[in-house]
Design a protein around this ligand. Sequence first.
Ligand code: NAD
Ligand code: WQD
Length: 344
Amino acid sequence: MKGKILVTGGTGYIGSHTVVELQNAGYEVVIIDNLSNSDKNVLDGIERITGIRPAFVEADCTDMKALRNLFETHKGINGIINFAASKAVGESVQKPLLYYRNNLNTLVNLLELMPEFGTKGIVFSSSCTVYGEPDENPVTEKAPIKKATSPYGNTKQISEEIITDYVTSGAPIKSVILRYFNPVGAHPSAEIGELPNGVPQNLIPFLTQTAIGIRKELSVFGNDYNTPDGSCIRDFINVVDLAKAHVTAMERMLEDKSDDKVEIFNLGTGVGLSVLQLINAFESATGVKVPHKIVGRRAGDIEKVWANPEKANKVLGWTATTPIEDTMRSAWNWQKRLRERGIM
Ligand code: NAD
Ligand code: WQD
């Protein structure tokens, strides 16, 4: 066994894919999740893929007593990957304190317990949202951080600062901060994937739900942007590729491959695709048409953002390799699996 990793939010979308990759790489995993945005059945999917059922603690990371209890019960946690957070941008504008409390208290609790229990490193899920509307694309890690446009985005900026301040204070820990671009797709086995609550706000789940007939048509928010086809541009990164970067980042910290105590990496493909190009990619990969119409812009949307992932490519030795067509097929197979299971 390579080491014991605590994965907070490990039954969630990115967390579950990362647990699979950690277990495949030989790590022992303990998950903590309060199931506020995921289902316990995800553990079955992880077990079907890897043959291993990770330890699972149903508890809230803002509950310091429960967290301490977890560290005492599961002795010898070497590293943490902190996915647990509330992530709906619109909801964060309506309920800012929920977001500040959940996302920041979770992080502070984990950081506080790490030295006490000898836990060496923490990987933190940040977001390209910290760049706002970038001055130039592709975006490197050196691009300026723009004032957050939502409490959710602000929690990511503040979290990055909390980690840096704590490490600078001399805390005996290391951290890798990963700024994800737009994670999409599902595990190729279709055993795990994204499970949005209610009407999806994000593009891919809305698209696949439209393709299967749950939604009548997909609204494309704007075709009058300053982009080649007028729709917004994003860097859509396959969720399994993304998950693998966490394993590499964890190894880097635990094996002291870097002298820097905090490192920041963009995780993206380096390729920007427009919303309309993505719909085309889905249709040509699956042969399924997606009814869609152009509507007005969505308030607060970024016009275009895609990553320069060179630092992650060179330093982590990680590259996103899955072609977008494979990613679209995986998203579609997952949507069909949800239908087979009678979930959606
Ligand atoms: P998700 O909602 O699927 O997963 C988060 C998990 O954390 C859920 O299972 C939820 O039940 C759990 N959780 C939330 N608060 C908790 C708490 N206080 N205690 C215990 N468990 C808690 O989200 P995801 O898409 O997998 O995102 C994972 C992380 O990546 C989040 O921090 C998110 O902000 C970040 N991120 C996501 C995206 C994206 O587009 N999905 C992009 C950039 C960054
Ligand atoms: C992508 C594009 C929409 C839905 C959000 C968060 C960001 C990060 C990732 C966590 C946009 C368009 C969407 C639809 C559409 N999360 N769209 N019709 O906005 O890039 O980023 O998730 O950190 O912080 O803000 O992702 O999937 O919502 O939208 O036309 O029904 O698809 O306008 O251009 P976004 P998204």
